[in-house]
Write a protein that binds this ligand. Structure first.
Ligand SMILES: *[C@@H]1O[C@H](CO)[C@@H](O)[C@H](O)[C@H]1NC(C)=O
Ligand SMILES: *[C@@H]1O[C@H](CO)[C@@H](O)[C@H](O)[C@H]1NC(C)=O
Ligand SMILES: *[C@@H]1O[C@H](CO)[C@@H](O)[C@H](O)[C@H]1NC(C)=O
Length: 395
């Protein structure tokens, strides 16, 4: 999953630098098949409009996913188009899987990491009406073969794909791609631009909530589900934006094309009677309506885990320099006391536990007894287990 995330971050960065508002509009399809990379989809395809990923699919998904707010709307209103995308995704996935096997053979590779990629798409200038299209294949980062829309022929810089050039020049592939790049692609680009444009006038308001892990941690104001991205969240005190003790998060995309953002407020020096002077504001850029959330104990959601006390005990054999017996007490994930076979007594591991040890010798006695009894028990048990598992030595 993290590799996939990285892939998209890099893709988006790349696209961000490639497009400027004065360029003609564009629709790109980027498809890739990989082998030999674990934790990464074997097949992955994205549709990109004016440099923004608007839909994608991969071999782990049953259906194509919309990646912008307006694309989600199109998916709801035009199931036939979703079906078209799903079909293309499935067919290409099968085709790419077969192709990468063929390529490995043709390049005499039996293993290793390999990437086969196709980038195709079209450009359309909405002022002049001019358009253009392209279709290129690459393997392991090098050009493999590409389609020339002007001559309707294939250009292969690699001898391994000369055979494809000869086949595709004569088998009707050129006409297929001419149609795909100049009819289908331009048609869908206009459809997408229409949905995108109408969505520019839409705003979707977020739900805003206050979150806090423990009573002493920062209060997080979390706004999620808003569109468009041009928005901000901040904390105010007495109606004035607050900068001190505030940690602003970045605007992050949700999976449905909407966005989220969080801002933390350090309340360690805020007295109880001052709480009511604070509020969290959500605001769309250029719009007047705001969402105000008062800092109020009763409004705060805690996703706090229940408190816990764990005992963790282990016996080992065959490991030098490691205690044969070891036991810890763990409160809310923090080791507070421990003992092992080299120690006469249980040791406190936090400051407040030392205090308890001083003030409550009876509890220390209880811990020491438990430690000794378990140590003898565990030592006997590990001998029994080794016999039962027919092990005479080892760790
Ligand atoms: C293919 O690879 C094998 C093993 O690496 C090698 O023995 C063989 O000569 C290679 N063949 C070609 C045509 O490169
Ligand atoms: C909150 O502010 C206090 C006092 O300024 C500081 O000691 C503490 O580390 C801050 N907490 C966080 C989570 O930033
Ligand atoms: C136990 O281990 C010994 C030596 O490794 C082997 O000869 C014997 O067959 C094993 N017995 C069982 C019940 O696995």
């Amino acid at each position: 999953m993290t590799v996939k995330f990285l892939f998209y971050s890099i893709l988006e960065l790349l696209l961000w630098n490639c497009f400027s508002p004065t360029e003609p509009h564009s629709l790109w399809y980027i498809l890739s098949a990989t082998t030999g990379i674990s934790d990464f989809p074997e097949f992955l395809a994205s549709a990109v409009v004016d440099g923004v990923v608007v839909a994608y699919c991969d071999n782990s998904l049953k259906d194509t996913k919309p990646k912008t707010h307006w694309m989600s709307k199109l998916f709801e209103e035009d199931p036939q188009h979703v079906q078209w995308l799903n079909n293309k995704c499935l067919l290409n996935r099968l085709d790419f899987k077969a192709t990468i096997i063929t390529l490995k053979q043709r390049f005499n590779q039996s293993e290793g990491v390999h990437i086969f990629q196709r980038t195709n798409g079209c450009f359309w200038d909405d002022e002049t009406g001019e358009f253009d299209g392209f279709n290129e294949y690459g393997y392991d980062g090098d050009d493999l073969i590409r389609f020339d829309l002007k001559t309707l022929t294939w250009i292969s810089p690699r001898h391994q794909t000369v055979i494809n050039k000869h086949n595709w020049d004569s088998d009707g592939s050129s006409l297929f791609w001419k149609y795909a790049l100049t009819e289908d692609c331009i048609h869908f680009l206009k459809l997408y631009l229409n949905y995108g444009k109408s969505s520019l006038q839409t705003t979707v308001h977020p739900s805003v909530s206050l979150l806090q892990k423990t009573p002493s941690s920062v209060v997080t104001c979390h706004a999620t589900g808003f569109y468009p991205e041009r928005a901000t969240v901040f904390w105010r005190k007495d109606g004035q934006e607050l900068y001190e003790g505030v940690e602003k998060g970045e605007i992050l995309p949700n999976n449905d094309g909407t966005f989220q953002m969080s801002v933390d407020l350090n309340i360690s020096s805020v007295t109880a009677e001052d709480w009511r002077r604070y509020d969290c504001i959500f605001l769309f850029a250029g719009l007047k309506d705001i969402i105000t959330t008062r800092l109020d104990r009763t409004m705060i959601r805690t996703n706090q885990e229940p408190h816990s006390l764990w005992y963790i005990l282990s016996a080992t054999t065959g490991i030098s320099d490691f205690p044969e017996f070891l036991a810890s007490a763990v409160v809310d994930g923090v080791v507070v006391a421990y003992c092992d076979n080299s120690l006469k007594d249980t040791k406190p591991k936090t400051h407040w536990m030392s205090k308890l040890f001083e003030e409550d010798p009876q509890h220390v006695q209880w811990l020491n007894n438990k430690c000794l009894l378990n140590r003898l028990d565990f030592k006997a048990t590990i001998i029994t287990l080794k016999q039962r598992f027919n092990q005479s030595e080892g760790k």
